[in-house]
Design a protein around this ligand. Structure first.
Ligand code: HEC
Length: 137
């Protein structure tokens, strides 16, 4: 960082940084989900913006389940008697409170997924939006 010969490099860096800043800011403006760091680092596999607008099961919720829950909770391998790979079962878990109870570590529930990797706060708010909207399919 010392000496005049390095100045052009620094300016170049600053320009690059401001491009990155502009990109990040437009990503935030375009998609609230990208505001969440975890979502930027671990986007839902294969789906760029599954939670863009209205949270429906088919556009959003099933991808959150697939990325966090269905490895242990599916129709063939329903750990704890819970399957989360189809609309009816996820809707039932939402209605009886166990879906958010486990994801949000509410008292009386085991924290899900187990092992410390949490569902991102953006995805949690999408799930709550979905439940408040009566679980649209
Ligand atoms: C690594 C495997 C694994 C993953 C991934 C996982 N679960 Fe579980 N889940 C379990 C096990 C095992 C149980 C049985 C209770 C226990 O032993 O903790 C369980 C139990 C549950 C129950 C029953 C209620 C309770 O409190 O035990 C619900 C609801 C549930 N999980 C929801 C979810 C949701 C939602 C996700 C994704 C966010 C998820 N699980 C991810 C293994 C998993």
């Amino acid at each position: 960082m010392h000496g005049s010969c390095k100045e052009p490099k620094t300016t170049n860096m600053k320009r690059k940084l401001s491009y990155i800043l502009i990109l990040v800011m437009s990503a935030i403006a375009l998609d609230a989900c990208y505001y969440d760091k975890e979502d930027a680092i671990y986007p839902l596999k294969g789906y760029a913006n599954p939670c863009d607008s209205v949270a429906t099961y088919n556009q959003c919720v099933k991808f959150i389940m697939a990325n966090n829950c269905t490895s242990c909770h599916n129709t063939n391998y329903n750990t704890g008697g819970v399957a989360l790979d189809n609309y009816n079962d996820v809707m039932k878990a939402a209605k009886n409170g166990s879906l958010m109870g486990t994801i949000e570590s509410q008292p009386g529930y085991n924290t899900m997924p187990p092992g410390g990797v949490k569902v991102s706060s953006c995805q949690i708010s999408k799930l709550n939006d979905w439940i408040n909207a009566q679980e649209p399919q």
